[in-house]
Structures are given as C-alpha cells and as structure tokens.
Ligand binder design. Structure first.
Ligand code: FAD
Length: 463
C-alpha cells in the first residue's frame, strides 16, 4: 500500500476544489486532521458564533468523509505538536495544506515546515496572495489598483475535482469526539435564531449558490438595500471554505451583467483583505495610521457612561433604529447586512467615540463569518485608520442612511417595538414624537456626536 498522506484542514472544509486534499488523495490513503488550537490564535480564537458554525461544518464534512469510508481525525491542542505526533504514529512523510494568512497560521506553517515535509497549496482565494505585484515589484496597499491587477491575471486557477476515492490508512490515529469539544452553546442556548437562518456545510453552500444564481444580476442595484435581502449570504461558507471563490467565479464566468461584475469586485475585496494581513499581520490589533494612536477614545473600562453606551450598541438599544436593527440581526442570526455593518461600525467609532478594536472584538465573537482579515480591514476602513480607508471626518448620518437605503421593512423585522410605525417615523421615531413603549430615546444626538468626534480628531491633529 502507498504511504499515508496527512491533510491539515483549517478553513477549507470541503471535498471539491480542495487542492491539498486532491493532491494528497492522488498519492495515498488520506488522514484528514482538524486541530482545535485556541492558544495559538490568542484573542482571535474563534468566538461563540464561529464555534457554532465550526461544529456543524465539521459534522457535515465528517459525514461526507464517512460516506466515502474515510474520517476526519479531531485533536485539541497545539497544531504543530499534534500534526507531528500523528505523522509519527502513522509514518506519514508529507503533510498537505491549503495556505492561510492569519499570523498564527503563518507561524504554524513555518514551524511545521521546519520539522516536516509540508506541501502548501493555493486553495481559498481568487489569486495566489502576494503574487500580484506593482510595477516596481512591491505589494499593493490600495484596493483599486490591486483589484485592477487581480483582474488582469484572470482567469483564476482551474478548479480541481473532488477526489475520486479516499482510501483509508492501515490504522486510524485516535480522534476526539466532536461533541466533547462543546462548541455549541447550552446554557443558555442562544443559537435558535442561527439554526433558523442557516444551513451549514458544503452541500448547503452550493444550494445557496444556486439560489444566488437567480439574483446576482440584480446585485448592483439591490446590494445596498437591507430590506430586499438580495446579497449572496455566502460569507460564512466562504470563510470556512465550504465553497471556494474560484468555484463561484467559474460558476458565473459567462455572465456579463453589472451585477456579476460588482459581485466579482466584492470577492476581490476578500482577497484584498488577505493581501493586507499578509503585509501587516497585526492589522486587527492596532491603527495602521499611527497618528490615530493619539486620539482620545472614550474608554468603557474606566468610564461608566461609556460602558453603558457600548452595551447599548451591542444590544441594539441606541435609539437609532437602523443601528439597532443591525445589531439585533447580528445577535439573532450571527450575520449583518454589509450596508448596516458600515452604519453600525461608524456609529460606534464616531457617534460613541469608542475605539474600533472594541467593535472588531464584538463582531469577532458574534459573526458566523468572522474573518481576521476581512473584519480588521473593514473596521480600519470605516475608522479611517487603515492603509486604504474612508476619512475619519466623513461621518455617516444613520437616520438619513436609513431613509436613503429604504430600511423600513428591515427595521420592522428586527425591532418589533417599531413594527407599527409608518415612514418616515420609523427611521427616527423620537424626532417625530412617536417613541413607542419599550424603545429607547437616542443615547446621543447626531449633531452633538458629530461635533464631539470632529473635536477629538482636531485635538489628535494638534489643531
Ligand atoms: P455579498 O455582498 O454577497 O458579497 C460576496 C462576498 O464577497 C462575501 O460573501 C464576502 O466573502 C466578500 N465580501 C463582500 N464585501 C466584502 C468586504 N467589504 N470585505 C471583504 N470581503 C467582502 N466580511 C467577512 O467575510 N468577515 C468579516 O469578519 C467581516 N467583517 C466586517 C466588518 C465590518 C465593520 C464591515 C463594514 C464589513 C465586514 N465584512 C466582513 C464584509 C461584508 O460585510 C461581508 O462580507 C458581507 O456582508 C457578507 O455577506 P454576503 O456574503 O451576503 O456578501
């Protein structure tokens, strides 16, 4: 029998178009391994919502492996140690993995590669991260020229098929039971809304892609309208690698609509975020623009009023219906519409003058698509602190955003206290003197918040 091959699974929980799995399966029996290694990621160990998704994704892929008389070996502990132990136990000389760019995964890839034969593949992005260079051979930092250069390299790589067979090794290494990892919430079980909202796994991702095929042409017009629900909702499937962006690209490549073109740009944003953390590994931990280290954020750790404001934002109790609808959608479903993510993030940073990292951490814990690169890149973009970002002084007005993007029905869904209000009252019930029972008054007025944010900015600049 040929030698067993280890496949190190991380955020690539699929059978089809999985270059590491495909290459390994051609060479010999496959021992697929997933290691739960919270210590390596430190403050970016998966949060509650991601753990919920991870459980179901591993469960689903485990069943697909079982149908092929194969298994996923589950281990908890240090990734490098566990993989080396399994290699020793089974005599596997090669470990195969798709590349990932989170700093803790890059460190693990390096450490493992120094001790064992590690074959890395491009599997989870449209292009090979780091391969798109500027005219002078450097890395792109700004999205627009980066996206142009990525497009110039299209088509992306060819897809690889699902392995024809997965043969078993003579002996299976020990595996933990998934249930023993306690990834699902129990007391309280807060995942009811998520169960209703999502189907998890590779088959579900392709079903969602099928649904999306009927809507992608309208994306250009509809993507900013949270009430219309015309976005792909593929982000958690993409994050966990249940589907690859290359599969999506090939699925739609014959399309010529503006909708597809804009959608393709969003997939390139996803690559851009990885390109950013590949250059700046600590992007989630600090301002790229160092002058922002001097801004005087309000601090929830030392000020009760700020702690109350942060809590009101987290719970969707700010008195701004669009912000509250978004934060409650996040709490219930583990996901929030992109336009509303921008409004809610801007509100925390500018209206409440709270450091974007507090928001990044909250999203990290509550999003099912929480992604180190995409989350940090977007938070720094909204804050104006990033390598490519909006200006801090551009302060979104949540009430006019709500009207402009026609959010009434979205608000009615997630803020039931306001369900009986018509337009325009629903966007700003307090302004119209129609504050329903149970719904709070605004925690700060828009004008006062704007002035406070601009004053903090001017003080940071020494003006
Ligand atoms: P669609 O609109 O259908 O877009 C298609 C795909 O493109 C998405 O699935 C996603 O993979 C990618 N994409 C779209 N917009 C972006 C973007 N701005 N940046 C990077 N990739 C993008 N996205 C995450 O996947 N994980 C995060 O942790 C995350 N945090 C965010 C935090 C903030 C403050 C903001 C403003 C945005 C964040 N986003 C994040 C980006 C975006 O909001 C989500 O990708 C999108 O809402 C997911 O829904 P969808 O799959 O329906 O997206």
């Amino acid at each position: 029998m040929s030698e067993p091959q280890i496949v190190w699974l991380r955020r690539d929980l699929r059978l089809a178009d999985n270059p590491a799995l495909y290459a390994a399966a051609k060479l010999g029996p496959v021992i697929a391994v997933y290691v739960l290694d919270d210590a390596r990621a430190k403050d970016h160990a998966y949060g509650g919502a991601s753990r919920w998704w991870l459980h179901h994704s591993l469960d689903s892929l485990g069943k697909s492996f079982a149908q092929r008389h194969a298994r996923i070996v589950l281990r908890k502990g240090d990734t490098v140690e566990e993989l080396l132990k399994i290699a020793k136990e089974t005599g596997a000389k090669t470990i195969h993995a798709n590349r990932h760019y989170e700093p803790w995964w890059r460190n693990a890839q390096k450490a493992l590669g120094e001790k064992h034969d590690l074959q890395l593949y491009d599997g989870n992005y449209l292009h090979s991260i780091g391969s798109v260079k500027t005219g002078s051979g450097g890395q792109y930092k700004i999205y627009t020229p980066f996206s142009r250069a990525v497009r110039a390299q299209f088509p992306p790589r060819d897809m690889v098929p699902e392995p024809e067979t997965l043969s078993s090794p003579d002996n299976w290494p020990d595996s933990d039971a998934l249930e023993d990892w306690n990834l699902l919430p129990t007391r309280p079980d807060w995942a009811g809304g998520m169960r209703k909202f999502w189907e998890v796994g590779e088959a579900a991702a392709h079903e969602q892609l099928g649904w999306w095929e009927d809507h992608v042409d309208d994306y250009d017009d509809a993507r900013n309208l949270p009430s219309r629900d015309k976005v792909s909702r593929l982000s958690p499937h993409l994050h966990f690698g249940e589907i690859s962006p290359v599969q999506i690209w090939h699925h739609f490549k014959a399309k010529r609509s503006d909708g597809w073109r804009t959608y393709e740009s969003e997939l390139i944003w996803r690559d851009y975020a990885q390109n950013t953390i590949a250059q700046f590994p600590l992007y989630a931990r600090g301002n790229y623009r160092e002058d922002f280290d001097r801004i005087k954020w309000r601090d929830p750790a030392s000020d009760e009023g700020t702690a109350r404001d942060l809590k009101a934002w987290q719970k969707g109790q700010t008195g701004y219906p669009i912000v509250d609808a978004g934060m409650r959608q996040l709490w219930q479903t583990g996901w929030m519409h992109n336009r509303v993510r921008m409004i809610a993030a801007s509100f925390l940073i500018k209206h409440l003058l709270i450091d974007w990292r507090r928001g990044e951490q909250w999203f990290w814990d509550t999003l099912v698509d929480a992604d180190y690169g995409s989350n940090a890149t977007n938070w720094q973009w909204v804050a104006g602190t990033g390598v490519d970002s909006n200006m801090f002084v551009r302060i979104m007005a949540p009430l006019s955003q709500s009207e402009k993007f026609d959010a009434a029905s979205y608000i009615r869904t997630y803020v039931p206290e306001l369900a009986d209000l018509d337009e325009p009252y629903i966007h700003d019930p307090e302004e119209f003197g129609r504050l329903p029972k149970g719904y709070p008054a605004k925690i700060i007025g828009h004008r006062a918040a704007r002035e406070r944010a601009l004053a903090a900015y001017r003080a940071m600049k020494g003006e």
